[in-house]
Design a protein around this ligand. Structure first.
Ligand code: OGA
Ligand code: MN
Length: 301
């Protein structure tokens, strides 16, 4: 009988972000191996798997063990169609022919918003549970990804703030985050396709029982508050939960697979010379089970 080698978990901080070794994600994992990874994921919220050699099929096969793959991309229009297929978000700076994008391309405008703190697909009614990002090529400098622990951010809030946030719901829209960087060139069809959605501001993660802030640059208003007050609250909490003690910065190596829990982390890309260096990343995204208001039992406004 073959002995099963258990994955080894190397925490990078006591409770947030861990490296996982002695596991080859290109193979179907034994149940014991998978549950060790799953347990670590619920605990650390960000997992780094170095040195994985994955085909697209293998990447998707591993991702699918966590749930249903998201196949509707936010960009919609035919900007990046064809390069990597519908199971992935194309997080590269390459056009459909595999060449570095143009300075004024729409695809570039969209992706530059990844440099704002966000969590994936919170602008969809049913947002993303997890993202699995795989590095095929990386620039020689810059282009890191930062992750902020929104559970630790929540825990560190003053009690009055925790009380104030109870039951609050924010409005998330992809057009809020685009507006933040001055990108407003959208038509009626775009607005129809991605209407604003409600998401709770504090959620409980069922697998760990931990409470977490749930914020993103997509959040633009808070229901029941005047617009400017709601936005100020969102900005204040974002600043709080992205302080350095809550942040892990991932410096990519080729063949790293990094996965994160979108329900309780935010992330952002850091700058690099995207008109000079190729950065080729593909992301498989797992859908959450329901809208966050539904999961919390809070009636959506
Ligand atoms: C993403 C994302 C940031 C980066 O893949 O969802 O926001 O550094 N990526 O590429
Ligand atoms: Mn993202």
């Amino acid at each position: 009988m073959a002995t099963i080698i258990h994955p080894i978990i190397y925490p990078m901080t006591p409770g947030f972000a861990a490296e996982v070794g002695d596991v080859d994600l290109s193979r179907p994992l034994a149940e014991a191996e998978f549950s060790a990874i799953q347990e670590a994921f619920w605990e650390f919220a960000v997992l780094v798997f170095p040195g994985q050699q994955l085909t697209q099929q293998q990447h998707v096969a591993f991702a699918k063990r966590f749930g249903e793959i998201e196949t509707d991309t936010a960009q919609g229009r035919k900007v990046s169609q064809g390069r990597i297929g519908k199971n992935f978000a194309d997080v590269s700076n390459l056009d459909h022919q595999g060449k570095i994008w143009g300075k004024d391309s729409r695809q570039r405008m969209f992706q530059l918003c990844n440099q704002l703190w966000h969590t994936d697909s919170s602008f969809k009614r049913r947002p993303a549970l997890a993202s699995l990002l795989y590095a095929r090529s990386i620039p020689p400098l810059g282009g890191h990804t930062q992750f902020a622990d929104q559970r630790a951010g929540y825990d560190a809030l003053p009690e009055e703030m925790k009380a104030r946030l109870t039951g609050l719901v924010a409005e998330h829209s992809i057009f809020h985050s685009r507006k933040r960087v001055g990108f407003t060139d959208f038509n009626e069809e775009d607005y129809q396709r991605l209407p604003p959605v409600p998401q709770v501001m504090v959620r409980t993660i069922p697998q760990s029982g931990r409470k977490s802030l749930y914020l993103a640059s997509h959040a633009g208003r808070v229901f029941g508050l005047p617009d400017d007050e709601g936005l100020a609250l969102i900005d204040q909490l974002t600043e709080h939960t992205t302080q350095r003690q809550f942040v892990y910065t991932h410096r990519w190596r080729v063949d790293d697979l990094v996965m994160w829990d979108n329900r309780c982390t935010m992330h952002r890309g850091t700058q690099f010379d995207d008109l000079r260096w190729e950065r080729d990343m593909q992301r498989a995204t797992i859908r959450d089970v329901a809208n966050s208001c539904e999961q919390e039992g809070i009636p959506a406004p």
